[in-house]
Design a protein around this ligand. Structure first.
Ligand code: 8X3
Length: 253
């Protein structure tokens, strides 16, 4: 892949961080977003030292639309022509029944997983159309394919990511801009610790007696879809752990 400029949301950890590493190793220029400015700063220093990557940081909470507008509209000249937008920032909160869960958690998931993704898309896709090149990679989930107990709102947000990806692909079919929805299954990151509100023991149980995917596994796929020839649009990829058949079917030996 020729050198590209890639903007990744939620890049300070997990899948987002792994995608940053993979693209940096392959000579891309990175714009990294996350709330945690310190973590972003150390990732930037590491990638500059390890692979000479050019990295620009835009630390803000993706739910803050004003901050998003300011950051994107004030990028330095050499980072303005974004080739790949990776809408990765997202989270699950809680495993309560739909009628009993915390409304504030539901709002955080909806605001981050749906509304912020939509805002970043609105901010960056018009430039891609004007430049006649671009690729939006949304991080969806197998959770968007089928709901499971205790996950209805998270699953609904990921079903929305699928609908937003499919709709955007249709809206862009007369342009060279590509849209991909990556749908990971069981990936061991901080995801479950966040879902269980910091309960590390409970989170560990999600990955017990099975080899889960890693952020790096998903980054390999993200790089593959972004590297495909211009006439190839990989619309969706679902990635499961080998001993996983659905969100709820995990064989633990
Ligand atoms: C994460 C996958 O199965 O935990 O998006 O919902 S799952």
């Amino acid at each position: 892949m020729d050198s590209k400029t890639i903007l990744i949301t939620g890049a300070s950890s997990g899948i987002g961080e792994a995608i940053a590493r993979k693209f940096a190793e392959n000579g891309c220029r990175l714009i990294l977003n996350a709330r945690n400015a310190d973590r972003l700063q150390s990732l930037k220093q590491e990638l500059e030292a390890s692979c000479g990557a050019e990295v620009f940081l835009i630390p803000f909470d993706v739910r803050n639309f004003k901050a998003a507008e300011e950051a994107v509209n004030n990028l330095p000249q050499e980072f303005r022509d974004i080739d790949v937008l990776v809408n990765n920032a997202g989270l699950a909160l809680g495993v309560d029944k739909e009628h009993e869960g915390c409304m504030a958690d539901y709002e955080t998931m909806i605001d981050t997983n749906i509304k912020a993704l939509l805002k970043m898309t609105q901010l960056i896709v018009p430039g891609m159309i004007a430049r006649n090149r671009g690729h939006v990679i949304n991080i969806g989930s197998i959770a968007g394919e089928k709901a499971y107990p205790g996950g209805s709102v998270y699953c609904a947000t990921k079903a929305a990511v699928k609908a937003l990806s499919d709709g955007l692909r249709m809206d862009l079919y007369d342009t060279p801009v590509r849209v991909t929805n990556l749908k990971p299954g069981l990936v061991e990151t901080n995801f479950s610790v966040v879902r269980y509100h910091g309960d590390k023991e409970r989170a560990k149980q999600v990955y017990r007696q099975v080899k889960p995917l890693t952020g790096t596994d998903i980054a390999e796929v993200a790089f593959f879809v972004a590297s495909a020839p211009e006439h190839v649009q990989i619309s969706e990829v679902e990635i499961l752990a080998t001993h996983q058949a659905s969100a709820q079917m995990v064989w633990r030996g």
